[in-house]
Design a protein around this ligand. Structure first.
Ligand code: NDP
Length: 336
């Protein structure tokens, strides 16, 4: 059983060498009478929040255990099951280990995959946790109205590419920022954004935002924080909303960057609301009902960046914090 072990707690930017790929000879089996489930992992999800689990005392998520495999979202096939809700041969998505085979307890978050006529890797992204995040943050937290002006940061990523497409379907004007020309081209030509810019090439983010939004922004879907959030605050409209999904630019800094324009929250009566997808998973059936028909009609597309082989998992995960991924970063452990 090949595994990716977490070596020790991390400070600053994570490195590939913070993880080790090893071979375990322990035979996994569901013990007689136990309700555990033995999974063959197919796809593993690389998610920015995994950095917080590499820190020692982070309160929002449990830390990884040094010497044990990383854990996270993935897609798997059930090999053996002591739980009557999951049967041998079924495909599932949910929390699993960064290893070829995982023995998981039955109270771990696990969903049966009922619709297998789409690429199964989508359950790490579009049809999984990032998809739910995009849906909940945009539709539940931001309450969009037709014709509103929407700005999205990290817009070509797992979450951002979907927020943009949901916003277009809702009749909004949509602009995204991303960190390369290739990503900006994707936003404009594949995901149907009205406009996009490369934030790394802009001298002044305030000027870039004014160019794209001469009348201001109604909704800012926040994924990165830092300087971009500060510039956005200057460009928000009255009664704007900011669903705060993530702040990836800050995750690896010991000292977070200061936001100097916070007072605009008052002047413009902006609603800034943080959220985590965990409070919204009860909407998963509603979300599937919304998104599956759009996928089948080709009205929602999804770009994935697949690293082949568990041994390439550490580099793929670390690459998130340098913008190496183009689209949703997935690690392919085994093909269906
Ligand atoms: P992505 O697929 O977007 O990958 C991360 C991207 O972030 C990189 O490709 C890079 O894109 C960008 N990035 C990295 N470092 C920086 C930086 N210093 N400044 C600006 N951009 C940077 O990830 P996800 O779509 O999975 O996640 C997007 C955000 O959503 C993250 O902040 C994440 O933590 C958050 N999130 C929150 C959830 C919640 O429950 N609230 C759940 C899931 C995700 P680029 O090349 O464009 O810079």
């Amino acid at each position: 059983n090949k595994q990716v072990l977490f070596k020790d707690y991390v400070t600053g930017f994570p490195k590939e060498s913070d993880m080790a790929v090893v071979e375990s000879t322990i035979q996994l089996k569901v013990p007689e009478g136990s309700s555990e489930i033995l999974l063959k992992n197919l796809y593993l999800s690389c998610d920015p929040y995994m950095r917080s689990r590499m820190s020692k005392n982070f309160t929002a998520h449990p830390s990884f255990v040094p010497g044990s495999p990383l854990t996270g979202f993935g897609v798997a096939r059930v090999l053996e099951s002591g739980n009557p809700n999951f049967k041998k041969g079924e495909f599932v998505w949910g929390l699993t280990g960064w290893e070829e085979y995982s023995l998981i307890s039955s109270n771990q978050m696990l969903f049966k995959i009922e619709h297998a006529d789409v690429p199964l890797s989508y359950y790490t992204g579009l049809l999984g946790m990032p998809g739910m995040t995009a849906y909940a943050g945009f539709h539940e937290v931001a309450s969009p109205k037709k014709g509103e002006k929407v700005f999205i940061s990290a817009a070509s990523g797992a979450v951002g590419q979907l927020v943009g497409q949901f916003a277009k379907l809702a009749g909004c004007y949509v602009v995204g920022s991303a960190g390369s020309k290739e990503k900006v081209d994707l936003l404009k030509n594949k995901f149907g954004f009205d406009d996009a810019f490369n934030y790394k090439e802009e001298q002044d983010l305030n000027v870039a935002l004014k160019r794209c939004f001469p009348d201001g922004i109604d909704i800012y879907y926040e994924n990165v924080g830092g300087k971009l959030l500060d510039a956005v605050l200057l460009n928000m409209k009255m009664n704007g909303r900011i669903p705060v999904c993530g702040m990836i630019s800050q995750y690896n800094l010991d000292q977070h960057e200061g936001v100097t324009n916070l007072v605009h929250i008052i002047y413009k009566q902006i609603r800034i609301q943080g959220f985590t997808v965990n409070e919204y998973f009860q909407l998963y059936p509603k979300f599937l009902g919304f998104v599956l028909p759009h996928i089948k009609e080709g009205k929602i597309v999804y770009v994935e960046d697949k690293a082949e082989g568990l041994e390439n998992g550490p580099a793929a995960l670390v690459g998130l914090y340098n913008g190496c991924n183009v689209g949703k970063q997935v690690v392919v452990v085994a093909h269906e």
